[in-house]
Design a protein around this ligand. Structure first.
Ligand SMILES: *Cc1c(COP(=O)(O)O)cnc(C)c1O
Length: 394
């Protein structure tokens, strides 16, 4: 459903695309300072306007209400790191003869740390096998218990073929755990048609759930009774309020709860999720590919001559909602841009990352951001000593 960008791109053409954008009205439902172009791809989606009153209502009227688990396959709970621990641990426990967790070397650090920590905890010959992205399929052998990957790469926005890798893992007798942190809210994801076993992802990036929003986990119904949650807590018990001493797992998705749910965080996330349901993820994904395409076109036309290199895939189908540009002075450029009210972020060693959240980013924002990058680099402003100082990143 993606329509092509106009042949000639200027700011007026971008404004025309905004006028025709079926998602344009969602922008007014976020708290937005019109001076700032907010392209932060890491921690914080914008605050939906409906969130503060909703939390106030929850705090005032619903405080103390126990949140029952949603029926089905998804549970909003804990953090991505903790959910990864639970899902990977469950698979390893169920498959004691297979002792390898297969992943890619460039996976998000928390995914690598959690896998490594689990192998130490189990101390039964378990190993993390971390290979380059293009060696994953060949590394799927009879020792692999689980293939665990992040769907959209946090550095480059490159998208794995979820269905194909899931099928390859299943052919090798392994399970899959997908991390959807940079996918959900950015591009369409269909875990059912891809045959995914297990997945998790974070609530505070493209889902706009707010600082420290809870994560979610997905357990396919076909595995719900076979796998057990290794963090056995009282709310995952079959009957939590009888307070019996022996653990008996609840049926269905509720056994994946451990302790008390972050009720306020869930309410804030709910506001954001309702907007995505209304917007329709196919339209969100279509706009993400147009916004990123536009930025790549502008980068090719105006930025590569200043030493920038597009590090994200050029094929929109293989790209998330962010675009990363390599530049040797990337850190200083990102810092100088903040003073021009363009908020991107930097990833070592040289990646300038720009996240284009489809519900509130306009096409003119993409144009203006590119313009300000050109102006920073042409004026040499990024060379100012204060921008080069790496006070915050080591
Ligand atoms: C942001 C992110 C996380 C976050 O983990 P938390 O434990 O929820 O803080 C995990 N995985 C990936 C790929 C991420 O980008």
């Amino acid at each position: 459903m993606t329509t092509a960008l106009p042949d000639v791109i200027d700011r007026a053409a971008c404004a025309g695309m905004d006028a025709a954008d079926p998602l344009a009205a969602f922008r007014d439902r976020f708290v937005i300072d019109d001076d700032v172009i907010y392209l932060d791809g890491n921690s914080l989606g914008r605050l939906p306007r409906a969130t503060p009153p909703r939390i106030a209502e929850l705090v005032a009227q619903e405080w103390g209400r126990v949140i029952g688990a949603a029926p089905g396959e998804v549970l909003v709970t804990d953090t991505t790191s903790v959910d990864l621990f639970k899902l990977l641990g469950a698979v390893l426990q169920a498959e004691p003869r297979r002792r390898v967790l297969l992943t890619e070397q460039q996976n998000f650090p928390t995914d690598l740390y959690v896998a490594d920590g689990l192998t130490r905890l189990l101390a039964s010959g378990h190993k993390v096998r971390a290979v380059p992205r293009d060696a994953l399929r060949d590394a799927l052998d009879a020792d692999v218990a689980v293939l665990t990957l992040t769907h959209v790469d946090f550095r480059t926005a490159e998208v794995h073929d979820m269905a194909a890798l899931t099928a390859a893992a299943h052919d090798a007798g392994a399970r899959v755990v997908w991390d959807l942190s940079h996918s959900c809210g950015a591009i369409p994801v269909d875990v059912s048609s891809a045959g995914v076993d297990l997945a998790t992802g974070c609530g505070y990036k493209y889902l706009n759930g707010g600082p420290g929003a809870p994560a979610y986990l997905f357990v396919s119904r076909r595995l719900q009774e076979q796998l057990g949650n290794p963090i056995q807590g009282w709310l995952g018990h079959e009957s939590p309020f009888t307070f019996v001493s022996a653990y008996r797992p609840a049926a269905g998705i509720r056994r994946w709860m451990s302790g008390s749910p972050p009720v306020i965080g869930i309410a804030a996330l709910e506001v954001a999720i309702e907007m995505f349901l209304e917007a329709d993820m196919r339209r969100v994904g279509a706009k993400a590919s147009q916004l990123t395409e536009l930025f790549i076109r502008l980068a090719d036309a105006r930025l590569t001559r200043h030493g920038f290199e597009v590090a994200s895939p050029r094929d929109a189908a293989r790209r998330g909602a962010q675009v990363s540009l390599r530049h040797p002075d990337g850190y200083a450029v990102i810092r100088a841009l903040i003073d021009h009210k363009v908020i991107g972020d930097f990833r070592t060693p040289d990646l300038c990352r720009f996240g284009f959240a489809p519900l509130y980013t306009r096409f003119v924002d993409v144009w203006d951001a590119a313009e300000r990058i050109v102006s920073v680099i042409e004026s040499g402003e990024h060379r100012r000593a204060e921008y080069a100082e790496r006070a915050f990143i080591t």
